[in-house]
Ligand binder design. Sequence first.
Ligand SMILES: [Zn+2]
Length: 321
Amino acid sequence: METNPIIVASGKITDQIYHIDVQAYAVKHVVSTFVLETPEAILLLDTGTSDDVKNILRFLKKQGIPLQRIKYIVPSHYHFDHFGGGWKLWNILKESNPSVKVITTQKTHDQLQDTALHMQRAARTFGELGVGEMHPLPEEAYEIIDPDTILPIPGLKPGQEFKLIYTPGHTGDHCSPTLLENGYAKFMFAAEAAGTLFHSTRLITFGTSMPPEYNTETYIKSLRKLIDLEPEAIGYCHFGAVMGKENVKTVLQENLEYTTFFRDFVKKHYEESGSVRHVVEVYLKEEAAKRSDRLIGDLLSKILVALVYGQLIDLGLKEPK
Ligand SMILES: [Zn+2]
C-alpha cells in the first residue's frame, strides 16, 4: 500500500524533528514551524506570528519538551508570519534559559530590528486576518552567524552538521535551516525557497513570489542548491512536510518547473488585460483547484493577488508600493 508522503499533522516526524501546525489566523494547515531535538539541545525553527506563540508553547508542553532545553530560535526569514513571534518567544524563553539566543545572519537580524515598513505592508494585505506585532530585541538576544557555515549544535549524531543554507529569492535574507548528514540533507526546512504546498495528497506546489523582494532568477538558483543536497525530508512554511528522497526530489522539481510556468502565466495574462484582478481570475479558474484541496475562498484570493503582484514587480511590469 502507498503511504501519503505529505505530513500535515503536528507531531514527531523523524527521530530528531517535530512539525508544528501553529494554526495561524486560527486556521489549520496554513503555517508550519519545526523543532530540531538532540539529546543536548533544542532548536525552534520559525515561530509564526506573535499571536501564534501560545500554540507553540502548548505544543512543547504536550510533547514534554522543557523550555530550559531550548538553546536557539532560528528564523528562516524576517516575515511576520514566520518570525513575527520571535521577540515574544525569546522574552518568554529567557525566563527558563537566560542564555537562549536568536541565531541568524546579519541580513535577517537587520530586517528583524526594523520592521515598521514590513508590518505596514503586511497589514495592508492580510490586516483583517491578524498579523500580530513585531518588536526589536536587545542586541544580546542575537548570535550572528554567516550563512552556509557550520553551527555548533551539541548532541548531533556522528557525520551530522547544521547549517543555515542561504536561499534568497523569496526575500533577500532567506535561509533554509538544514540538518546535514555526510554532506546530504537529512532534514531541510526549505521554508519558502521551494514554493508552498497546499495539497494534502499530491506533490504539487504554488510559488512564493511575494512583493516587494521576490526575484525569479535568484529563487531558481537557490532551489537548485537545495535539489543538489538531495534531501530525505523537507519542511515548508506553508505547509507541512514531504518525506522520502524520491518524493522530495519530485516536489522540488515540480516547483522548479512551476516557477517559470507562473512567471510566463502572469506575464501573458497581465499583458492581455493590464489587470491584476484578471490574472487572478484566470488563475482561479484554470489552476488553483488542481493545486490545492484546502486553501479556498478569501485567503486564497488574498495570497494570489500578492503572488501575482510580486511576480509583476520582478518582471518590471509594476512598481513596489
Ligand atoms: Zn515569507
